[in-house]
Design a protein around this ligand. Structure first.
Ligand code: NAG
Ligand code: NAG
Ligand code: NAG
Ligand code: NAG
Ligand code: NAG
Ligand code: NAG
Ligand code: NAG
Ligand code: NAG
Ligand code: NAG
Ligand code: NAG
Ligand code: NAG
Ligand code: NAG
Length: 759
């Protein structure tokens, strides 16, 4: 793990040494005192000498019918550019429009390859002379009618949290994009690009995610609604409707290389939230038929019949299953190396490679790319080589809790819409399908003894025992098992891992409790999932949540309150919690494992109040933790608020290489170090960031009266602390020495003239 992290730090430093000449077009700063995000395109940084021949290649994968571009889709050109490894992120290349015609590019490519394997330098020259800056087809735009003081701010009582919420609200101005008609390819602009042009404004997640994304938009919209930016919500929905109309489904994101896959189907939920907030039912005339098209796509392309081994009943349920037999163009080299790992003793067969590529694309469709949850052998290979475990992906044979819960809610939402339009029989058909899906979810996924939901495994024809945050999705979507409604003890048991996390760790709820080195596993926790946990808690009736927390047995930790077997991990196998100033982690067992336990609350968990039930207490604690995670990692990377919060010193900011930075909103966090962003995965940690901001605004709006000013760890001391990683006392790793990093290459629209500096 350590050498990977060291390499990562080196990479950041290399990129930060670049000239800042192409800083461009940040929209004008608003009254909110919004800092401008630094904008830059990545400059190629091949690690191999330019005179060296690029590595040899294995035979090309089959051409993918859904992706015909000879430049940007699987094929000789894409594979050659990828093995040359010019950019740290493979998405950079496929987001670069060509300078000239496709024909010109292909002929130049032919030239460098016709006499054998080209050199690094030849590939670099080819790319530099034939491709423009990535993301040029998008432009940053000013948001009209931006209100710096939306009403939700008055819900926030703490002055610092209020000022910071307003700062985050201001970040929408940095993330709004239009398709840049003047630099689009096609028509008189004789070039080729992967962008799917959209007719309406949208909010991007940020960083490498420079297009509109599907599931991200759901949590972006949670924030936009609080920010009263209803036109932007509508624009986002119009874009999705255009895609449903023209493409037949909503792709993962706005690039042609996403056209074989979707993402968790939250369009109907977004529609619901927009109409609920605005009462604008006029959108439904266009939206309802397209919502039907969305559901029909999932039914046709992603649904299978499953016979429950518990009841012998047969259900139609959905899974993630992408038709694909090549590396993903935006992660080509990563997938290629997963399939053609030099560490493999026996090379994969062509069929095994094709299956793996389908699994990798399906993992991306699930949104959780990647996680031990979907692996036959989650621990295989350890954290040093995640490819070993990735090759055991088994997602197409998994029926996921979250996907089916989302579809259940979608049917109910549509039923309500039709009822309001007096279209009772269509409403009834949707309610009928929702009822059947509810039965399927409770039969296939619900374990009434362990009090948790688990994915159904088609390979074993049984529920998995792998526990994850997905257990909260049914409640969020309105499915509450009888065992929880009828018993306060069971209801608490269902949320007991949340209680443990808040007492034991410094951050928020992780995706899983497995440390694999993958980004949808421990120690990472993600903003969108915190929102799901909040909504799951809020779904429980008051009569089961109003009691006090159960007492923790003496000589034990809050782990002891988790129902037997639910978590499936022994207490001493849980991820460690480093302590600043000590060289070992907190104890893994016994009362002191609850490092953050206070009287009636937790550290960075707000103030306990008299008569507060456990349900409200968990929400208050998680709300404070979420704000602390997002705020502290932002402050640790240079965030400040004029007149309210000073910047850290340059000496402190040097630790995070943020001397020139103005505060990052990260896409994910660490459960154990709230100064730091999450880590792992197939690209560097991103800043921006759409769903992080959306969930901050949601939390500020809903829980603003119980939020305290966060207490951030001392950056200097925490950087010097060694500990973390897996294991408890005495175990040491490098986890906490990696602090929150600024992103490499945060690209917003770059002025054509600025691009001229590079090309
Ligand atoms: C092919 O590449 C060589 C060397 O870079 C160059 O001199 C030549 O003009 C190119 N030919 C064509 C047809 O582009
Ligand atoms: C965008 O608008 C143009 C002009 O109205 C239309 O031709 C095109 O189909 C629209 N694009 C999409 C994706 O709907
Ligand atoms: C969905 O299924 C239809 C009908 O089988 C097929 O034509 C289409 O290519 C599929 N779409 C995707 C993205 O796989
Ligand atoms: C399901 O069907 C099989 C074969 O018909 C039978 O052996 C089994 O007992 C049934 N299981 C249940 C739970 O009904
Ligand atoms: C599914 O079942 C198979 C067969 O028992 C098992 O090897 C695998 O670990 C299970 N889980 C997943 C995610 O495939
Ligand atoms: C309900 O499910 C059935 C079976 O999958 C399907 O044929 C039908 O179109 C669905 N109806 C609605 C309204 O979604
Ligand atoms: C809580 O209220 C619901 C009705 O809202 C009822 O069905 C349930 O039995 C009650 N639970 C308890 C523990 O009283
Ligand atoms: C976690 O929080 C505790 C205080 O509750 C503190 O002692 C410890 O140093 C923190 N660890 C890190 C890595 O911030
Ligand atoms: C714990 O907090 C409660 C109020 O929330 C207070 O009444 C009690 O005295 C406190 N106990 C200790 C030991 O501080
Ligand atoms: C900043 O950190 C680097 C190591 O990352 C160190 O070499 C340098 O001296 C530090 N600069 C200052 C001003 O502290
Ligand atoms: C910060 O910016 C200044 C001026 O542009 C530059 O000299 C310095 O090297 C930068 N520092 C870092 C750590 O990037
Ligand atoms: C929590 O308690 C502290 C100290 O008693 C107090 O300063 C603060 O205002 C309280 N916060 C809230 C949100 O009530």
């Amino acid at each position: 793990m350590f050498s990977r992290l060291a390499a990562f730090v080196g990479l950041i430093q290399a990129v930060y040494a670049l000239p800042q000449a192409n800083t461009a077009t940040a929209p004008p700063a608003l009254d909110t005192g919004v800092p401008s995000i630094t904008l830059a395109t990545a400059v190629a940084s091949p690690t191999a000498p330019l005179t060296q021949a690029i590595p040899s290649q294995i035979p090309l994968p089959p051409t993918q019918p859904w992706c015909p571009s000879q430049i940007f889709c699987a094929g000789s050109l894409l594979q050659t550019v990828n093995v040359a490894a010019l950019y740290p992120d493979q998405k950079t290349f496929v987001d670069k429009p060509t300078v000239g015609s496709s024909q010109q590019v292909l002929s130049d490519f032919q030239n460098i390859t016709s006499s054998g394997t080209p050199t690094e330098g030849a590939v670099l020259d080819f790319v530099n002379s034939n491709f423009k800056g990535e993301g040029l087809e998008l432009e940053a735009i000013a948001i009209s009618n931006f209100n710096p003081n939306p009403a939700f701010l008055s819900n926030v009582s703490n002055p610092l949290v209020k000022a910071w919420s307003q700062t985050v609200h201001g970040y929408w101005t940095q993330l709004a994009r239009n398709t840049n008609e003047s630099s689009l390819c096609g028509g008189s602009n004789n070039c080729e690009s992967t962008l799917i042009p959209l007719n309406h404004t949208f909010i991007v997640p940020g960083g490498r995610f420079r297009e509109q994304y599907y599931w991200d938009s759901y949590w972006i919209i949670q924030g936009l609604i609080k920010s009263e930016l209803f036109d932007l919500v509508k624009d986002t929905l119009e874009n999705f409707m255009d895609e449903l109309e023209h493409i037949g489904f909503i792709p993962n994101g706005g690039r042609i290389y996403y056209l074989n896959r979707s993402q968790p189907p939250l369009f109907i939920a977004m529609l619901h939230d927009y109409v609920a907030a605005t009462k604008d039912t006029s959108i439904l005339q266009r939206a309802l038929p397209l919502a039907e098209k969305e559901l029909a796509w999932w039914r046709t392309n992603r649904t299978i019949e499953v016979t429950s081994s518990y009841t012998n009943k047969t259900y139609s349920v959905a899974r993630y299953a992408v038709v694909n037999s090549a590396p993903r163009p935006e992660s080509y080299l990563t997938d290629y190396l997963t399939a053609n790992d030099p560490e493999l003793k026996t090379p994969l067969t062509e069929q095994q490679r094709a299956d793996l590529y389908a699994e990798l694309a399906s993992g991306a469709e699930s949104g959780w790319d990647y996680t031990a949850r979907y692996m036959r052998e989650p621990g295989a290979g350890g954290t040093h080589n995640t490819n070993v475990a990735l090759r055991t992906l088994n997602i197409r044979s998994t029926i996921p809790i979250d996907l089916n819960s989302i579809l259940y809610k979608a049917h109910n939402i549509l039923a309500d819409f039709y009822d309001e339009q007096n279209r009772g029989s269509v409403a009834a058909a949707h309610r009928q399908n929702a009822t059947v899906l509810r039965e399927a979810i409770l039969d296939l996924f619900w374990d009434p003894k362990k009090l948790a939901f688990y994915d159904y495994n088609l390979t074993s024809n049984a529920r998995n025992d792998f526990f994850s945050v997905a257990t909260f999705f049914p409640l969020w979507n309105g499915i509450i098992p009888d065992e929880l409604v009828s018993s306060p003890e069971n209801a608490f048991g269902f949320f007991s891992t949340l209680h443990m996390v808040l007492n034991r760790y410094n951050g928020t709820y992780p995706t899983t409790f497995w440390e694999t080195g993958l980004q949808w596993d421990a120690p990472n926790s993600w903003p969108n999932h915190q929102h799901v946990v909040f909504e799951a808690l809020r779904a429980l009736p008051a009569n089961v949540t109003s009691g006090a927390f159960p007492a923790t047995p003496s000589n034990e930790s809050t782990y002891a309150l988790i129902p037997a077997g639910q978590l499936g991990i022994a207490e001493d196998r849980l991820p460690g919690q480093p302590i600043i100033g000590l060289t070992h982690n907190a104890s893994l067992t016994g009362p002191s494992a609850d490092l953050n336990k206070l009287n009636g609350t937790v550290f960075n968990g707000g103030n306990a109040t008299d008569g507060e039930g456990w349900g409200a207490a968990l929400q208050r604690e998680l709300a404070n933790r979420y704000i602390a995670s997002a705020f502290c990692s932002w402050h640790a990377t240079g965030g400040s608020i004029p007149g309210v919060l000073p910047r850290l010193s340059d000496q402190e900011l040097n630790i995070t290489q943020s001397v020139n930075n103005t505060g990052n909103m990260f896409e994910k966090f660490s459960i154990s170090d709230i100064d730091s962003a999450g880590r792992g995965g197939e690209y560097t940690v991103q800043a921006g960031f759409g769903w992080t901001n959306g969930v901050v605004l949601y939390v500020a709006s809903v829980y603003g009266d119980v939020l305290n000013a966060p207490i951030c760890p001392n950056l200097t001391e925490s950087a010097a602390t060694v500990g973390g990683g897996s294991g408890g006392s005495g175990d040491s790793g490098a986890a906490s020495s990696l602090k929150a990093m600024p992103t490499v290459a945060v690209v917003v629209s770059v002025l054509a003239s600025a691009v001229g500096l590079f090309f």
